[in-house]
Design a protein around this ligand. Structure first.
Ligand code: TRP
Length: 454
């Protein structure tokens, strides 16, 4: 087994919070959240999403951090140490696979963002909404370019990871997060003052409660919450394993959830007011192209808009890369801890496997017809990957982690780890109840309900 010092550790509390928030904040907040809100019917999705974050995801985040820090190992080995002679380690293995699966389609979209630094920065996406939409369709249908961009993203991620935990992950995130928050605030202020912004705000903020119990809305909101918070596959567990025993897990989890949710909500304040200022805009029809189509229109409204555009996609790409780092880190930590490989060798192996898996997602957006609309499921390969991993694998992983912590390892041990620094009288009973009952029951119901209504 590799000793703790060889595995690396965070430089400071702020470093951990930023790195974990860097993992959480990414395409999930800026690309996926607004388009899910659009497909989920607007404000009602936001309500269900926030309920999932508070009642299900926050307790699971604490559970993951506690397991990781108690064992100080990758997900598989951590669970093995805490519950020897059981099969619970398979939950860790599911996470390792989910990390590779999610990364395979995530890096394709991060590649789009990378290309848009150039497109938006040089002002090459112009014209009316139709022209901007057609530009996006043509671009994503270009197979070789998309495979190349995916390769660049995975290469960048691998390079940072070879640098190791502290000098790589922490340093990048520390610079990126404050810049991203500032730029989003500027864009949100401009967007809400556009003509037509009021319609966008009311779509985003006034819930249509008739869809509150719509299974597709609930399943999508839960999947989105897990995806956005990097939960359900051991990423937070792995980051927790690098966290010093002096730090408060409650404060760390609180900050990560606050930053991540704040950024997602902020993205909505940019996208919907700008979208609704475009004549004929229909958020439910935009799908994955939403930000790539709506934002170039917003930049056109700003003085020196191409500078804002270039800066935005630059920060989005960085935010995506701090997330790809955490996705790749889970399988890499597993290979290092189990097979005792050197870090560079583990990184190269895993990144190559993920790249091969990413190729169909990169080609499935118009380049290859078969992959763009798979028979039977009627969606693109990329959408299929996103649905399978986000809406099913992550909630399932979260469900199993809740049961593991609540019942196998036990809330007593978990609380001992959580309460190393704090005495948490107000929260412990509530957290125990949520992790033992609310999380598993709610997730199981949502999964069963979704499968039955398919
Ligand atoms: N949370 C990231 C985002 O919102 C994506 C991500 C990074 C992720 N690591 C993860 C999702 C682990 C699930 C699990 O963009």
């Amino acid at each position: 087994m590799v000793s703790t010092s060889d595995r690396g550790s965070w430089g400071s509390r702020a470093g951990f919070v930023l790195a974990a928030a860097g993992s959480a904040v990414g395409l999930g907040n800026l690309w996926s959240f607004p388009s899910q809100v659009g497909q989920g019917g607007g404000a009602v999705f936001v309500v269900v999403y926030l309920a999932c974050v508070l009642l299900i995801c926050l307790p699971i985040m604490l559970a993951e951090l506690a397991v990781g820090r108690a064992a100080q190992l990758d997900p598989v080995a951590s669970i093995r140490v805490l519950s020897p002679n059981s099969r619970w380690w398979l939950v860790g293995l599911l996470g390792v696979l989910a990390g590779a699966g999610i990364l395979s389609f995530y890096s394709v979209i991060a590649g789009w963002s990378l290309a848009y630094i150039w497109f938006a920065g040089t002002g090459s996406v112009t014209g009316d909404a139709d022209a901007i939409g057609a530009f996006f369709t043509r671009f994503t249908a270009n197979g070789p370019v998309n495979v190349g961009l995916t390769f660049v993203i995975l290469g960048l991620t691998a390079t940072v990871l070879i640098g190791g935990v502290r000098s790589g992950i922490e340093r990048v995130t520390k610079l990126m997060m404050p810049a991203l928050i500032s730029l989003l605030l500027i864009l949100a202020i401009r967007a809400v003052s556009l003509p037509g912004a009021v319609a966008g705000l009311s779509y985003y903020l006034k819930p249509d409660f008739s869809r509150l119990f719509d299974p597709t809305v609930i399943n999508a909101a839960l999947g989105q919450a897990f995806f956005s918070l990097s939960l359900g596959m051991g990423a937070m567990l792995t980051y927790g394993s690098y966290l010093d025993r002096k730090e408060s897990l409650i404060t760390a989890a609180g900050w990560v959830v606050l930053l991540d949710t704040g950024m997602a909500l902020l993205a909505g304040f940019i996208i919907f007011p700008s979208g609704f200022s475009i004549p004929g805009f229909d958020p439910s029809e935009s799908g994955p192209g939403l930000i790539f189509v709506v934002l170039p229109r917003l930049f056109a409204e700003l003085p020196s808009g191409h500078l804002f555009g270039g800066a935005f996609f630059m920060l989005l790409t960085l935010a995506a890369v701090t997330s790809t780092i955490s996705l790749l880190e889970v399988p890499v930590a597993y290979v290092i801890d189990t097979h005792r490989w050197s870090r560079p060798r583990a990184v190269l192996l895993v990144a190559t496997v993920v790249f091969l898996l990413a190729i169909p997602s990169a080609l499935g957006n118009g380049a290859v017809n078969f992959l763009s609309k798979l028979p039977m499921v009627g969606m693109s390969f990329l959408d299929l990957m996103a649905t399978l991993w986000n809406n099913f694998a992550l909630p399932l992983g979260g469900f199993l982690i809740a049961i593991f912590v609540g019942r196998a390892w036990g809330v007593k041990h978990a609380l001992a780890e959580i309460e190393r620094q704090d005495t948490w009288l107000t929260g412990r009973a509530l957290w125990s109840f949520l992790i033992r009952w609310v999380c598993p029951v709610a997730i199981a119901m949502i999964i069963v309900y979704t499968v039955m209504s398919m």
